[in-house]
Write a protein that binds this ligand. Structure first.
Ligand code: TMP
Ligand code: ASP
Length: 253
């Protein structure tokens, strides 16, 4: 295969130059990291599952009129995406207390929040992605007030879509993180959902048993991460044909 130019390598994905201007190829690695990469491992098959799952969620979002960077899946580990300028924020939506909010406010994990809460972290690994108020975002020019209003509305729509989808397969969407990109049509700016949506960036709990089906399995050493993601993919009907682990269920034609 022709050598491609690497544009950016992150902890879980690599971006290569795409076949046409304005596109990138997004490659999903098997690497898992947590706590700002203090904890690391390679989870065989994770990249394949996340490529499929992110395709599935982004395609569904496009169907309900939420624009995303996703163009098409290219193969088991790669998808063609639209190039965009990433706003340096992690946009987090929470339906129940878990993770950092539970710790910060001393809440029991699983407590239903009075309404979905949207919060922002500044994307900077060297600072540990600190939580930032809207005031900082506007003052430092990371996004405008109008952008923020649009981002919050978009994040809440993504939350409704993802919550409904998960509810339909017996899973509670506890929280998730998305990233937003800007694209330009001449002078006109549009915001799109970028990066990925996968069990790496969500908290997903089985409705009946409370079993965790997301990256907390890795963060907290709760079992086999690939098994958890395979279960999510299986329930959603998007299991790829040949995930490497032979013990896993495979799609039968
Ligand atoms: P938190 O409770 O640790 O702040 O995480 C909130 C949500 O954001 C959770 O679904 C996991 C996701 N997340 C990421 O996708 N990337 C990250 O670096 C962190 C810290 C959380
Ligand atoms: N994404 C972060 C890391 O790679 C943290 C996390 O997801 O827990 O370290």
């Amino acid at each position: 295969m022709a050598r491609r130019k690497l544009v950016y390598e992150g902890k879980a994905k690599i971006l290569y130059e795409g076949p046409e201007p304005g596109t990138f190829v997004q490659y999903f690695k098997d690497d898992a990291t947590a706590f700002n990469a203090e904890k690391k491992d390679v989870i065989e098959g994770k990249g394949v599952l996340n490529n499929r799952l992110s395709e599935f969620f982004m395609t569904g979002l496009a169907q309900i009129g939420i624009p995303t960077h996703f163009i098409k899946r290219l193969n088991m580990r790669e998808q063609l995406i639209r190039q965009c300028e990433i706003i340096p924020l992690e946009v987090i939506v929470r339906n129940r207390a878990a993770g950092s909010i539970a710790k910060r406010l001393g809440m029991e994990e699983g407590t239903v929040l009075p309404r979905p809460i949207v919060e922002f972290s500044y994307k900077d690994d060297s600072l540990g992605d600190p939580l930032v108020p809207e005031e900082y975002i506007i003052a430092f020019g990371w996004a405008s007030q109008q952008d923020l209003d649009d981002i919050i509305a978009m994040a809440l729509r993504v939350n409704d879509f993802m919550s409904g989808l998960m509810c339909g397969v017996g899973i509670t969407l506890v929280d998730f993180k998305i990233e937003i990109g800007r694209v330009w049509d001449g002078d006109y700016q549009r915001l799109i959902v970028a990066d990925e949506i996968s069990p790496d960036s969500c908290r997903l709990w089985d409705q009946k048993t409370g079993e965790k089906l997301d990256k907390d399995v890795f963060r907290r050493d709760l079992g086999d991460l690939a098994d958890a993601y395979t279960e999510v993919a299986r329930r959603l009907g998007v299991l790829p044909a040949n995930v490497s682990n032979a013990s896993k269920p495979t799609l039968v034609n």
